[in-house]
Write a protein that binds this ligand. Structure first.
Ligand SMILES: Cc1cc2nc3c(=O)[nH]c(=O)nc-3n(C[C@H](O)[C@H](O)[C@H](O)COP(=O)(O)OP(=O)(O)OC[C@H]3O[C@@H](n4cnc5c(N)ncnc54)[C@H](O)[C@@H]3O)c2cc1C
Length: 249
């Protein structure tokens, strides 16, 4: 039997991890990513449980740990900034996991450690998938034709290919009624290494600030449209006017 081929759609944490393992198992691997280049960015991701085990087996545990955000835990503060509760970082599964890294750093680490021979296509998406006894035939929006034995769709929550290849109703999404907006704002001298979270009775209950290896802090809001002051602040801090609007309602 010839070398088997897998096409992986989506080059983020899941897609790159699949590419890593399938190539190690001897498959021909092509990763196709919608973005024109490797996607950096993103805020804090806590690697816990089985994900730690997977990283360890990939030999990437230390590489990821060395990029730890250095966050030491979470504090809840009242309207005057007084700490009302504290959740310290306490080991692999604490409020702040031992392996807390920026999403982009985690994805980049996997990307940079892919075994030789993984093909990457950027700026393209899968348009059609046809299944036959010989395998799968894929045509992309740029007109590429690919044949493979296996297609792995790792396009995240809003996957267009998943909607295309699964019959309506086979995959369902549940709206949890939680919307979060993330942005990056300059760090100030008053910031420490804890994630400061407004207590429910504070003026802006949904503001969180955070740091990452002294480089920056994040501004996060759940339901930003619920508070006009907060919404203005986020807009000013992150300037994603169109995004802020699209999150509303
Ligand atoms: C830019 C970014 C920032 C994020 N920031 C955070 C964060 O701060 N904290 C957190 O907990 N989680 C964050 N996430 C989500 C987190 O990465 C995922 O929830 C989780 O890690 C699962 O990863 P995933 O690989 O399954 O999907 P995702 O990380 O969502 O990646 C999906 C990938 O597929 C690509 N893609 C989408 N549609 C197509 C298509 N049709 N064809 C080809 N490629 C496609 C996307 O460009 C992306 O690279 C972020 C994701 C992204 C993309």
């Amino acid at each position: 039997m010839g070398e088997r081929r897998v096409v992986v759609s989506g080059a983020s944490i899941a897609g790159l991890s699949v590419a890593f393992w399938m190539r190690r198992l001897g498959w021909q691997v092509t990763v196709i990513e919608r973005a024109p280049a490797f996607r950096d960015g993103g805020q804090n991701v806590d690697v816990r449980g089985v994900a730690r085990e997977v990283l360890d087996r990939m030999g990437l545990f230390e590489a990821v740990r060395s990029q730890n955000t250095t966050e030491t835990g979470t504090v809840f503060v009242d309207a005057d900034g007084r700490v009302t509760a504290e959740l310290p970082s306490d080991g692999p599964d604490g409020a702040t996991a031992e392996l807390e890294v920026l999403r982009g750093d985690l994805a980049r680490t996997i990307h940079d450690h892919l075994p030789p021979g993984v093909d990457s296509v950027h700026g393209d998406t899968i348009e059609t998938v046809t299944e036959s006894a010989e395998g799968l035939r894929i045509v992309t929006s740029a007109g590429r034709q690919m044949h493979c034995d296996l297609l792995v769709v790792a396009e995240g929550v809003r996957s267009a290919t998943r909607d295309r290849v699964f019959v309506s109703g086979e995959v369902s999404r549940t709206d949890l009624d939680v919307t979060m907006v993330f942005g990056t704002i300059p760090r100030t001298d008053n910031d420490d290494n804890q994630w400061g979270r407004g207590a429910p009775d504070g003026p802006h209950p949904d503001i969180l600030t955070d740091i990452a290896a002294g480089r920056r802090r994040n501004l996060t809001a759940d339901r930003p449209w619920a508070d006009p002051v907060l919404e203005q602040l986020i807009t000013a801090a992150t300037r994603p006017e169109p995004h802020t609007r699209s999150y509303r309602g």
